[in-house]
Every structure is written in structure tokens, then in C-alpha cells.
Design a protein around this ligand. Structure first.
Ligand SMILES: *Cc1c(COP(=O)(O)O)cnc(C)c1O
Length: 467
């Protein structure tokens, strides 16, 4: 299996090099040269597998022998042994044709754990094999940071620096990141938004000399492994619901920020999974909704909402979708991305817009609608939705056709976002793992959203020897 860049200027590389490169060296995103096709009979057989077995089957298409089978199996077992639910990502029927795919049973109570537990173990594996120290640099809107730190803490040969927007993450998210006191972990709270953090990371990663000097590695969903690990639960959930309902196609509603999670669904569909519509649920930061309705992608003003992990204007993974929308033409992608850089927007033509509408539906959920959805489901079904999942459920209500079955991705546990739950006049009890965080000291440094200052902090962390 070879991987290429959406912009076409990286020579073909294998799976491990793709993981290590993160952002493609030409500024694009890495994608498989050919998406593997899973025949219907094979899918049928896969529907009986456990989560871990399924992950192994799906990863194998992409790893393509670069990691020996037994070692890959071990990595998968280890990564999902930290989950509190035996099924890893169980599916719950909520009502009629609505199912919730619970993705929050990992160590930090959000879906990011599913990919980052695996990626942490994979980096550690690579470090052991090559003797290279892995330096991880990432930006977070809240959940990735905690999840990535949890994925690598205490692991030899890895150092990690996470940027989060100061004061713009939930209390629990902040505590999860900053109460870990390991010499190989650095939390930088930047005075700015997630988009500032993401831009800084992208600029530092685009400086190939700097990236190579420090062996900088990515944990954001620009890393293809994040996407790959997330395709597994689309398969798993589809199989559960298809078996229970005897239905052929299922829609998915996905709370969306950086377009990583929903792109994993798009990839699963490309591999042959009978996915119907992919419903993009956003909050007031709704450029993706505008794009899907009008074909114009134009970031606007950043807004802080009840669903902070989706407070993103520039969705990194969108470029991966553009690549397929433009017929896998990397020159056309490069032109559009250059246009985006100079004019601040991307416009697609009529024909392309028709295709976009075939692939996706979209709904931008306003704050009040998000809270009303939480209240309504709590009183009607006793299910307490977190505000991100509530956006997904509200988008299902808006976009799902009456006869279709829909799986909404429950991306976080409500305990992570008590600020929003309190606004619904609901008192929740925290799981013990979360209530314990409040007694711990915090470790973080507040910095300007400035590349040079961040580089200075990094150099200090990276000169610190852990091995
Ligand atoms: C990260 C996150 C999202 C958005 O996922 P993307 O892959 O960035 O689109 C949604 N909900 C929660 C709880 C998250 O942590």
C-alpha cells in the first residue's frame, strides 16, 4: 500500500512513513494511493467480528505487512484494553430509527481516545524499533490534547507538547490535560483560538528542516492514522444496526469540527460500507454547512459555543475530501488551495456541488437548539447527551429522512462539558475518574500565539533527555 499527497509533490511512501510524516512535506495531506475495496461477502464475514478483530482486519489493508501480524494484533489489544466497555464502542438504540454510537468509553471520555490510544502505542513501537526519540507537537480544541497526553504518558522515547486555547476549553478538558505531571509532557495555553494553534502547528510542520531536526510528529487528524482508526467504528456500528434492523443502508450524523471524523465515514463508504447520507452537524461555526448548501467554503468569524471541541473555522481534513471531489486531481487541489490562501475562500462548480449534496447533508445547530435538544432527550428518554452529540442529534432530526435508520456519533461523555449541562438545569454525577481531577495541581504555561515563543519552549522540552 502506497500513500500520496493530495497536492501530488511527495514521492510514494508506505504506512509507517506516512504516520511519521504527518502533514505531507508539500503542505498537503497524505491519503492512500488506492482505497482498498472490501467485497460484499467479506463484509458479511466481518460483521461477526469483535471490535479488536475488526480493527485488525481493516488496519491490515493499510499496514500491508509493514508491522508483523502478531505485533499489530498486540498493538490493537493493548490500545483497546484501556476502554471501560467490553465492546469498545457500543451502539445504543435511543428511539425509533435513531441509534447512538458511544465513542466515549476510553480514558479521557471522548472519541479521540480511539485513535490516540493506538497512535501512542504505535509511536512507542516505532521508537523502540528505530531508537528514535519521538517529539509530538499538537494543537487541540480540548479533547485531542488530553487524549494524546493520555496516549503517550509514561512511554519511553516520546515527548509531547500540546497547545490549547487559553480559557476556551471546558474545565474538565483543561484538568485532564494539565494535571498530568510527567517530565515529557508540556502544556502551552496560547492566548488565541484553536485556529491560531492549528495554524502555528501547520507552519512549524511545513518547515521541513525544523521538522526533521527535531523529529516532529503529529497527533492531529492531519495524521492519516487518526482517520484510519476511526473508520473501524463506522463498520462496527453499521454491522450492529444492520443486523438488528435488517436494513441495507444506514445514515450517520457526525458532530464535526476539523472534518476528521466524518472523513473517516466517507473513507469507510469508499471502502464499500453501505453508508447512506453522511450528515455534517456543526455549531455556529458553520462554514461546512454553508459549503454543503452553496458550494462556497469561506471561514468567517470564530465563535465560542456550548460545543467547544467543534469551535473550528478552518477544517484541516476538508482537503482530503476535496481531493476526491476533484477526481483525485492533485493539481486541481493545489490550485484551489492556493486560491483559498490568496482569496480566503473556495468555490466549487455546479456539477461538483451536486456531488457534494449526494455525499452529505448538513445542519448548523445554534446554541439554544443544542440546549433544547439535551433537555428534550433527557426528559423523553433519560439519555443525557453531551453538547456535541446533541448537535449530531439535532442534525439527525433536521436532515434524516423518516424511513432511514441513522447512527449519531456520541463523541463525548456529558461530564466533560458540565458548563453546558448546567445551563439545561440538569445535575449530573461525575464518573469517579473525572471527580478525582478536581483535587490535583495543574501544570501549564500561558504563552502568546507566536511561532518564535513556541519554538523556544519546544527547544527547552526537546533538549530534556528522557532516555
Ligand atoms: C474533536 C471533536 C469533535 C470534532 O471532530 P473532528 O474530527 O474534528 O471533526 C466533535 N466532538 C467532540 C467531542 C470532539 O472532541
Amino acid at each position: 500500500m502506497n500513500f500520496v499527497s493530495t497536492r501530488g509533490n511527495v514521492s510514494k511512501i508506505g504506512f509507517i512513513d506516512t504516520v511519521l510524516m504527518g502533514l505531507a512535506n508539500d503542505g498537503g495531506l497524505l491519503i492512500p494511493e488506492k482505497v482498498p475495496q472490501i467485497p460484499a461477502e467479506r463484509l458479511q464475514a466481518m460483521s461477526e467480528l469483535s471490535y479488536q478483530e475488526l480493527a485488525y482486519e481493516i488496519f491490515s489493508y493499510y499496514v500491508d505487512g509493514e508491522i508483523p501480524d502478531n505485533e499489530l494484533k498486540e498493538l490493537i489489544e493493548k490500545s483497546y484494553a484501556t476502554f471501560r466497555h467490553p465492546e469498545v464502542t457500543p451502539v445504543q438504540k435511543v428511539k425509533d430509527n435513531l441509534y447512538l454510537l458511544e465513542l466515549f468509553h476510553g480514558p479521557t471520555f471522548a472519541f479521540k481516545d480511539i485513535a490516540l490510544q493506538f497512535l501512542g502505542n504505535l509511536y512507542s513501537y516505532v521508537s523502540k524499533k528505530t531508537g528514535e526519540t519521538i517529539h509530538i507537537l499538537g494543537a487541540t480544541s480540548g479533547d485531542t490534547g488530553a487524549s494524546a497526553i493520555e496516549g503517550v504518558r509514561g512511554k519511553e522515547g516520546i515527548r509531547i507538547c500540546i497547545l490549547h486555547p487559553h480559557g476556551k476549553v471546558s474545565k474538565v478538558q483543561e484538568l485532564q490535560m494539565t494535571t498530568i505531571h510527567d517530565p515529557n509532557v508540556l502544556n502551552l495555553a496560547i492566548k488565541g483560538t484553536f485556529d491560531d494553534g492549528q495554524r502555528i502547528i501547520k507552519e512549524l510542520f511545513a518547515d521541513v528542516e525544523f521538522k526533521n531536526k527535531y523529529h516532529l510528529r503529529a497527533i492531529n487528524s492531519i495524521n492519516f492514522v487518526r482517520i484510519l482508526a476511526q473508520t473501524v467504528y463506522y463498520f462496527y456500528a453499521y454491522f450492529q444496526v444492520a443486523k438488528e434492523t435488517n436494513t441495507k443502508t444506514v445514515n450517520f450524523s457526525v458532530p464535526t469540527g476539523n472534518f476528521g471524523d466524518i472523513f473517516a465515514g466517507y473513507l469507510a463508504k469508499k471502502m464499500g460500507l453501505p453508508v447512506g447520507k453522511l450528515i455534517v452537524a456543526t455549531n455556529e461555526n458553520n462554514i461546512l454547512e454553508d459549503f454543503i448548501k452553496d458550494g462556497v467554503y469561506k471561514p468567517g468569524e470564530f465563535k465560542s459555543t456550548y460545543s467547544p471541541s467543534m469551535d473550528i473555522q478552518v477544517a484541516s481534513n476538508f482537503e482530503r475530501y476535496l481531493y476526491y471531489l476533484l477526481g483525485e486531481n492533485s493539481e486541481a487541489v493545489t490550485d484551489l488551495m492556493n486560491q483559498f490562501k490568496s482569496e480566503g475562500k473556495i468555490v466549487v462548480n455546479e456539477e461538483q456541488l451536486l456531488q457534494v449534496k449526494k455525499d452529505f447533508a448538513a445542519h448548523g445547530v445554534l446554541g439554544e437548539e443544542c440546549l433544547q435538544t439535551i433537555k428534550k432527550y433527557y426528559s423523553e428518554t433519560t439519555y443525557l447527551l453531551d453538547p456535541h452529540t446533541a448537535c449530531g442529534v439535532a442534525a439527525y432530526e433536521e436532515c434524516n429522512e423518516a424511513n432511514d435508520f441513522c447512527i449519531t456519533l456520541a463523541t463525548a461523555h456529558p461530564a466533560k462539558f458540565n458548563e453546558s449541562i448546567e445551563r439545561c438545569d440538569i445535575n449530573q454525577t461525575y464518573p469517579i475518574e473525572i471527580s478525582q481531577l478536581f483535587d490535583k495541581p495543574q501544570y501549564l504555561e500561558v504563552v502568546e500565539a507566536d511561532n518564535d515563543e513556541i519554538v523556544r519552549k519546544l527547544e527547552k522540552l526537546f533538549s530534556f533527555s528522557t532516555r
